[in-house]
Design a protein around this ligand. Structure first.
Ligand SMILES: [Zn+2]
Length: 279
């Protein structure tokens, strides 16, 4: 099943975020990404209750950890605080029965990409080991593909990490990849080529079940500037939908990061149905 839903509280829902899953079900969606972008604002009791409601309403859940994360900082205390933020998000994700905890890994700074890779890898191993010690095995640790060249997170860096460390599964942020390479998704084949590259690295199971973010974007040669609604068609969602149909991808999650969130999730649903992707 394809899973579609907003990043955070639906704009058409006026109640408390913790009650939004019934609304999402009623409008015909089946996913949501809990946003801890400024801080981890949920307590354990709320996480358990949210997870139960999501289950009852058939909404699959993922979690976005805070933005203040840098696993390759020169400062040890920044790395330690970053690990804690991911761990805290992952513990709550576990209580919500969420599938992924998504985060922005960090910045290259003055270091060479290959040196940053090693630092990130060691820190991620430690995070996963800590979670295993706490018997948390069901949440995938999910670094996101990033939208400009100062940030760690190319497709190759993340697929290598996933190959080296069990429990790592990257989130594909299409808009980030599109902006990082100055508008690279221009036709169906551009998506197919990326699917092939990822499948070669991580296998069919990963590519059929990928977890992703989609929005249209404003960007320049330095990368992403801001998000735009799907109607901007840059990148054009229909090309992705057609590529998914052609590639036989039928169980992925696409979280809408459009400024109009769930309204564009519904638009995505229409486009996917139009091109013949089954729900
Ligand atoms: Zn993100």
């Amino acid at each position: 099943m394809i899973k579609l839903g907003p990043a955070g509280k639906p704009i058409g829902f006026k109640g408390n975020f913790l009650d939004c899953t019934l609304y999402l079900k009623e409008i015909g969606l089946n996913a949501v990404e809990v946003q801890f972008v400024r801080q981890v604002w949920m307590n354990e009791k709320q996480a358990i209750e949210f997870g139960e409601k999501a289950k009852v309403n058939g909404i699959s859940v993922s979690v976005h950890a805070p933005y203040f994360i840098n696993l390759c900082s020169e400062k040890k205390e920044v790395i330690e605080a970053s690990k804690e933020r991911i761990l805290k998000s992952a513990r709550l994700a576990h209580l919500m029965h969420a599938s992924h905890v998504v985060f922005h890994t960090g910045f290259y700074g003055k270091l060479k990409p290959q040196d940053v890779y090693v630092i990130v890898r060691e820190n991620l191993k430690e995070i996963i080991n800590r979670l295993r010690e706490e018997k948390i095995k069901d949440v995938l640790i999910s670094p996101e593909t990033m939208g400009n060249e100062t940030k760690f997170g190319t497709v190759s860096e993340l697929t290598s990490l996933a190959l080296e460390i069990k429990g790592i599964s990257p989130t594909i942020d299409f808009a980030h990849i599109h902006s990082r390479y100055n508008g690279m998704f221009k036709k169906e084949e551009d998506y197919i080529n990326m699917f092939e590259k990822i499948e070669k690295a991580l296998g069919k199971n990963y590519i059929k079940n990928f977890h992703s973010h989609f929005t249209c974007v404003n960007y320049n040669e330095k990368g992403e500037k801001n998000h735009l609604p799907l109607s901007a068609k840059d990148p054009d969602f229909e090309l992705l939908a057609r590529a998914m149909k052609k590639y036989g991808i039928d169980n992925c999650t696409i979280i809408s990061e459009s400024p109009i969130l769930e309204k564009d999730s519904l638009e995505m649903k229409k486009v996917l149905e139009k091109v013949g992707v089954k729900f």
